[in-house]
Design a protein. Structure first.
Length: 314
């Protein structure tokens, strides 16, 4: 049973490892695909930026030439060559009587110049509007292409997610079926073990009920070396005869103990009497000693007084 359970656990572990490996491989494929898509998007963005820069350069080259600028006449390197001389001949109509070509405040070409400037401004405005519309159209086209690309990418991602969900459901279904089979086998094994345990318990209970331990057979406590050698783990107590013998022995011990206490009491009383007599004799001797000391002190005082009188008389 343990080997079957171990094999089942090993098989379940292998299935789980295979599922984890498949999951990791799927994530790796998704990461590679996403990286490839990001690389394509970056490459496309770079190409679009290059195309826009190229178109801008071409537009500047074709439609924004230096000679079309408003201030080109101030920076034209060929201005002196193109300019008309101040005096072509002696009969140049520009030459006045005073000999000066132009005075301050005079602008004879004002109307023509203003007309030309208006036409040029209108041309520039129309060109800018056209360029702006083209730029908007290009931007709209780029946005449409990007939206289509994002929609296609989202569709592919949804398709991959759907496939992943289906594979996950298939794995979950297989795992549930395997777990159900394992649970059924485990329940059957538990039922067999439970039935075997109940049978073993009933056999053990029957053996104990019929054995000497619960029947309290006194012979089971007799050891192999005789009746006085008792097995403690099987002994169920003493018999009535043994209890009576123990009680008689305890009574004899109590009487013996009482006699010993009586003898000890008498011995203590004798010792107390002897100590009392010794104390009384000691007290009498001390009193006698005190009286002798008083008599000796009195005689010594009389002798000292006589000696003092004799000393005074001399």
């Amino acid at each position: 049973i343990d080997k079957d359970a171990l094999d089942a656990q090993v098989k379940e572990r292998k299935i789980q490892e295979a599922a984890e490996k498949a999951e990791h491989e799927r994530f790796a494929r998704d990461m590679k695909k996403n990286d490839k898509l990001m690389c394509l998007l970056e490459e496309r963005q770079k190409n679009e930026i290059k195309d826009m820069n190229r178109a801008l350069n071409e537009f500047q080259k074709n439609f924004q030439k230096p000679e079309t600028r408003r201030e080109f006449d101030l920076n034209d390197p060929q201005a002196l060559k193109k300019d008309r001389p101040a005096r072509v001949s002696d009969d140049d109509p520009r030459c006045t009587i005073s000999g000066m070509q132009k005075f301050m405040g005079e602008d004879l070409n004002y109307d023509q110049r203003m007309k030309f400037q208006k036409e040029q401004m209108m041309e520039w405005s129309l060109q800018q509007q056209k360029d702006w519309k083209n730029a908007l159209a290009d931007q709209k086209l780029a946005d449409d292409l990007y939206d289509k690309f994002r929609i296609e990418l989202d569709r592919k991602i949804m398709e991959e997610q759907r496939k992943e969900e289906e594979s996950r459901r298939a794995i979950c279904t297989a795992t549930k079926n395997f777990n159900r089979i394992q649970a059924a086998e485990l329940d059957r094994k538990n039922e067999l073990e439970k039935a075997q345990k109940i049978k073993d318990d009933m056999d053990e209970i029957t053996c104990l009920l019929r054995g000497d331990f619960l029947s309290e057979n006194p012979d089971q406590a007799i050891g192999p070396w005789g009746k006085h050698n008792v097995l403690v783990n099987r002994w169920k107590g003493m018999s009535q005869e043994q209890l009576m013998a123990v009680r008689e022995f305890q009574k004899e011990q109590a009487l013996e103990k009482q006699r010993e206490r009586e003898q000890e009491r008498r011995r203590d009383a004798e010792w107390d009497r002897q100590r009392l007599q010794a104390a009384r004799a000691q007290l009498l001797w001390e009193r006698h000693q005190q009286r002798q000391n008083q008599v000796q002190r009195r005689d010594l005082d009389v002798v000292n007084a006589e000696l003092s009188q004799e000393q005074k008389a001399k």
